[in-house]
Design a protein around this ligand. Structure first.
Ligand code: KG4
Ligand code: ZN
Length: 330
C-alpha cells in the first residue's frame, strides 16, 4: 500500500530525509550535519551550505530508504521544505524532490519549514494537548504561535531582527567560545553571576522579539571592559534572554488560554530555559511539552508530518515554486 511520505529538508545547514507512514511511525530519519563545514567560520556560510547539500542529498535519500527497508513503490507523496531558509540550500532539496516526483510519478508538496517545527512535538509521542502555545527558538527563528489544532495556526509574534540562537552564537564568538555558541555560553553562564544590566529588548512591546540590541550591548561591554570576567558576561546575557523569552511566553499563555506550552528549536536545549519554562507552566497550570532534541532541531520527519496535514486536513496547498514566503504564511 502506498501510504508513506518522503520528507526532505535542506533549508539551512542540515541535509535531512525521512520516511513516515500514515500512522505517524517514523520508518527512518537521517540528518547529515554540516557542523564541521561551518565551525571554522563561527556561523553558517551559505555558499558552502548549498554545496554540501549537493554532495549529501542523494546518499541521504538512499540511506533513508535503506534504514526503512522499503522501495520508492511505497511512497504516496514527497513533502519538501519550500522556505523560509537559505535560497541555495532550499533549491537543492526542492530540485531533488521535483526530480524524484517526476521520476516516480508522485505529487510533490511544498512545506513551510516553520509549520514543520510547530508540528514536531507531535512526532512519535503524539502528546500535545490542543490548544497549544508554541515557542520556536532556533538558530534561524524566534517566534510564538498559537495552535488551536494542527490545522489552525496563528503567528502571535516573531523577531524583528536576529533570532535568539543567532544571538547566542554571536555572543559565543565574542567570548571566543567557538560555534555553536548556545551550549557553551549556557555552561559558562552557570559559573558566573548576573551582575551586568544588559537590556531586555522590547520586553514591554507585546509579543514581538528583538535581539540585535542585546548582542550589540554585549559587544560594547566587552570593548569597554577588556578584563571582564566572561562567566559574569555569559550569566548576565543568559538572564536577559530568559527574562524576555519567559515574559513573552507568559503574556501569550495568558492572552491565548492553552492546554500545553511547547518549546521547539535548538535553543530548547538550554537548561536555563527548560527550568524557567517549567516554573512558568507550574504557576499557570499548563502542560509543558519539550520534544526530544532530535525532533526539535531541523529534521525531515517534521516535514513529512506536516505533509500529512496537507493531505489529511485539507490545508490549502501552496505551489512548490512559491518561495516568496511570508513568515505568517503557514
Ligand atoms: O534548531 P537548530 O538546531 O538550528 C537551526 O536554526 O537550524 O538551532 C541551532 C541553535 C544555535 O544557534 C545554537 O547555538 C542553539 O540552537 N543552541 C542553544 C543550545 N544548544 C543549541 N542555545 C542555547 N542553549 C543551548 N544549550
Ligand atoms: Zn529550523
Amino acid at each position: 500500500m502506498r501510504d508513506i511520505i518522503l520528507g526532505i529538508e535542506t533549508s539551512c545547514d542540515d541535509t535531512a530525509v525521512a520516511l513516515v507512514n500514515a500512522e505517524g511511525t517514523i520508518l527512518s530519519s537521517v540528518v547529515a550535519s554540516q557542523l564541521d563545514v561551518h565551525a571554522q567560520f563561527g556561523g553558517i556560510y551559505p555558499e558552502f551550505a548549498a554545496r554540501a547539500h549537493i554532495s549529501a542529498i542523494i546518499p541521504t535519500v538512499h540511506e533513508a530508504f535503506r534504514i526503512a527497508g522499503i522501495t520508492p513503490d511505497g511512497i504516496k507523496a514527497i513533502g519538501v521544505t519550500r522556505g523560509p531558509g537559505l535560497i541555495g540550500s532550499l533549491l537543492v532539496g526542492l530540485n531533488t524532490a521535483k526530480g524524484l516526483g517526476l521520476g516516480w510519478n508522485r505529487p510533490v508538496i511544498g512545506i513551510n519549514h516553520l509549520r514543520g517545527h510547530l508540528r514536531s512535538a507531535d512526532l512519535e509521542m503524539q502528546r500535545v494537548q490542543y490548544p497549544a502555545t508554541v515557542l520556536l527558538v532556533s538558530g534561524g527563528h524566534t517566534l510564538l504561535a498559537y495552535m488551536k489544532n494542527p490545522a489552525d495556526i496563528t503567528l502571535l509574534g516573531s523577531t524583528t531582527d536576529d533570532s535568539v540562537g543567532e544571538c547566542y552564537d554571536k555572543v559565543g564568538r565574542m567570548l571566543g567560545l567557538g560555534y555553536p555558541g548556545g551550549p557553551v555560553v549556557d555552561r559558562l553562564a552557570k559559573q558566573g553571576t548576573a551582575t551586568i544590566p544588559f537590556p531586555r529588548p522590547v520586553i514591554h512591546k507585546g509579543l514581538e522579539f528583538s535581539f540585535s540590541g542585546l548582542k550589540s550591548a554585549v559587544a560594547r561591554y566587552l570593548d569597554a571592559h577588556q578584563d571582564a570576567f566572561h562567566a559574569n558576561v555569559a550569566a548576565s546575557f543568559v538572564q536577559a534572554v530568559m527574562e524576555v523569552l519567559i515574559k513573552k511566553s507568559r503574556l501569550a499563555l495568558t492572552q491565548y488560554p492553552s492546554a500545553s506550552f511547547v518549546i521547539v528549536g535548538g535553543v530548547a536545549a538550554s537548561p536555563q530555559l527548560r527550568e524557567e519554562a517549567a516554573k512558568l507552566c507550574d504557576k499557570l497550570r499548563v502542560e509543558l511539552c519539550l520534544p526530544p532534541l532530535r525532533w526539535s532541531t531541523d529534521n525531515a520527519a517534521m516535514v513529512a508530518l506536516a505533509t500529512f496535514d496537507y493531505i489529511n486536513l485539507s490545508i490549502i496547498r501552496k505551489p512548490v515554486a512559491d518561495l516568496q514566503l511570508k513568515i505568517n504564511d503557514f
